[in-house]
Design a protein around this ligand. Structure first.
Ligand code: AHG
Ligand code: MN
Ligand code: MN
Length: 294
């Protein structure tokens, strides 16, 4: 069986990059173990104005501390931190992360995860420049879905907490599942047309409220995840740097695509670390369809 270290070696991954990946991937165990003690939602809000769950801040502090101690990371940009945190100015790589995605589902024990992207240099770069992107999912299994720009692989924790390869060279099929965020009554015309079109072609609705888990389903079965614009939130809800770029990079590496409904979000150079973007991510055919609607 190929484990995560074997895989990173097989790609001749640079030592520092491999170390950062393994260091973050290894936080899945302590994060999983922390859920039971951190079930509450605090009074504090993050930079996007969202209520923070105890697990949001716990995971953020836990991962950032591990990265700080390692000395391997230049900057960290996290959904739970107002500003970019500079850790070691002379380090080569920087990390973007959503330490806990899907946090409204913590108290109902549905699947949530940690989303990570790694850049050479600073964090304010277009998603297409990512050197690695991955996410851990805390579902029935602890899994790690990763790309270093050479396809996508899925690993799962064995009983010793070692990531063993579950699926190699993952290709996103042209499936027919969809999940869309936002209030249906607030959907704009273009999004309404898109959903009506794909439903008319047999698409089936499956949406949990955890981007990372909903995307994992789309990655494996095919279809589209969308968080559309509304009058109130013309850029939707999800954040370009921490959520959409790493997931979009993985989609792209699996033969799928990511778009804001008009063009590829991996081309956008972020202006603000917490900026939002409309997102459609999934099978290539689905992304072509939304981009064709005016
Ligand atoms: P986070 O928990 O990191 O704040 O992200 C929540 C996001 C995403 O995971 C999910 O798809 C979306 O918000 C759900 O929003 P709705 O509840 O509006 O559907
Ligand atoms: Mn999130
Ligand atoms: Mn989050």
């Amino acid at each position: 069986m190929t484990n995560l270290s074997d895989y990173l070696n097989s790609l001749n991954t640079e030592k520092e990059l491999a170390e950062i990946i393994k260091l973050i991937a290894n936080q899945a165990e302590p994060i999983r173990a922390a859920f039971i003690q951190n079930q509450n939602y605090s009074d504090s809000k993050n930079s996007s104005g969202e209520v923070q769950a105890e697990m949001d801040t716990w995971s953020d502090i836990h991962i950032t501390d591990a990265l700080a101690k390692s000395g391997l990371v230049r900057e960290v940009a996290s959904e739970e931190r107002d500003e970019i945190t500079v850790l070691n100015k002379s380090a080569k790589y920087s990390v973007v992360m959503d330490p806990l995605d899907g946090s409204s589902l913590i108290k109902v024990n549905l699947c949530v995860g940690t989303i990570v992207g790694i850049y050479e240099g600073g964090v304010m770069q277009a998603g297409k420049n990512l050197k690695a992107a991955f996410y851990m999912l805390y579902g029935p299994m602890t899994t790690l879905t990763i790309s270093l720009g050479k396809g996508v692989c899925i690993f799962a924790h064995d009983s010793n907490g070692v990531y063993q390869m579950l699926k190699e060279n993952v290709k996103m099929p042209e499936g027919n599942l969809y999940g869309s965020g936002g209030l249906k009554t607030e959907w704009l015309e273009k999004h309404k047309k898109f959903i009506a079109q794909i439903e008319g072609e047999g698409a089936k609705n499956r949406y949990s409220g955890s981007f990372v888990a909903d995307f994992h389903q789309i990655l494996n079965y095919g279809g589209v995840y969308a968080y559309p614009p509304s009058e109130k939130s013309p850029k939707g809800k999800l954040r370009l740097v921490f959520e959409v770029n790493p997931i979009g990079f993985l989609a792209n590496q699996a033969g799928g695509a990511v778009s804001n409904g008009v063009s590829n979000t991996l081309e956008i150079v972020p202006e603000k670390v917490h900026q939002r973007t409309v997102v459609y991510v999934g099978s290539k055919g689905m992304i072509d369809k939304i981009e064709k609607i005016n």
